[in-house]
Ligand binder design. Structure first.
Ligand SMILES: [Fe+2]
Length: 281
């Protein structure tokens, strides 16, 4: 698809439904193999996993963590979430390190393949945006400097039903791209100017779901444009019963300049229109 055509398509989808489905050059096999190499990585001892971590992977940029993170919920002792952020910084620090466990090397090989495919896909998106919003691409893909793109691999274990894995929120970055989910559960909530419209979605092979985060309109404003797209509210709800594991892979693209997020504009108050809408479903 030519840049102009891609822009028309993205622009239409983002304006009418808040998100866009785009082509992704990754097969189901590639995505599943990457996930299973992540699962193998998770079987390594805690200290091996925790050793692969870069606390501030982009100096001066808040929250730019790369590598392995584990968290447990305060309630529900069986809940266990492990995730891994794979980005350029991590790859340059660890991929050539001697003595890495073969499971780490194998996961990195697959993660690198996904990194390139997601980078290419989002670069194409910004080539398309550049046709209409001159200057925007260099905020996300700087000619000299690191692109703030990372792939988050998530494994969530739980045994409650009707569980909210992720509460309704906006993402903080420029764009989010959902590329793999082992089970349904992701819901997107688009505000059409009057009311919220909720759509259940799941990423399919060779397709990704892309939506704007909190910083996209801020970048456009800095460039002097009115952003016609909104950061998209979303959550993850599991309806099935029984002990389960859910795996997903999500790409995050942030602008390369630090745009401070004041307070917490990315979560919704209980009496907000979105939360009232969700209770009515
Ligand atoms: Fe999110």
């Amino acid at each position: 698809m030519k840049e102009g055509e891609l822009f028309e398509d993205l622009d239409h989808q983002l304006k009418t439904q808040g998100y866009a489905i785009i082509d992704l050059p990754l097969s189901q096999r590639q995505l599943r193999t990457a996930q299973s190499s992540f699962k193998d990585f998770l079987t390594l001892p805690g200290e091996t996993k925790q050793g692969i971590f870069v606390p501030e992977s982009y100096p001066g940029i808040e929250d730019s963590i790369a590598g392995y993170v584990q968290s447990k919920r305060k309630q529900g002792s069986s809940d266990n979430k492990q995730h891994f952020h794979y980005n350029q910084v991590l790859a340059s620090q660890f991929s050539k390190k001697p003595g890495l466990d073969p499971k780490v090397i194998n996961f990195f090989n697959h993660a690198e393949e996904l990194y390139h495919a997601t980078h290419q896909t989002l670069e194409d998106v910004f080539d398309a945006f550049e046709t209409q919003y001159s200057g925007i691409k260099s905020y996300f893909f700087p000619e000299d400097g690191l692109t703030q793109l990372y792939n988050r691999y998530i494994q969530y274990e739980f045994d409650e039903d009707n569980l909210s894995i992720a509460k309704p929120h906006l993402d903080r970055g420029g764009f989010t791209m959902a590329i793999y989910e082992s089970k349904p559960g992701l819901r997107l909530h688009h505000f059409d100017g009057q009311e919220y419209i909720t759509t259940n979605v799941q990423a399919h092979p060779n397709k990704a779901i892309i939506f704007p985060g909190y910083k996209l309109p801020k970048v456009m404003k800095q460039l002097g444009y009115d952003c016609p797209y909104q950061a998209l509210a979303h959550d993850v709800i599991i309806k099935e019963i029984g002990k389960q594991i859910r795996n997903s892979t999500v790409t995050f693209l942030d602008p390369c300049i630090d745009i401070p997020v004041r307070g917490d504009p990315t979560h919704f108050a209980e009496d907000s229109q979105l939360m009232r809408h969700l209770r009515s479903l």
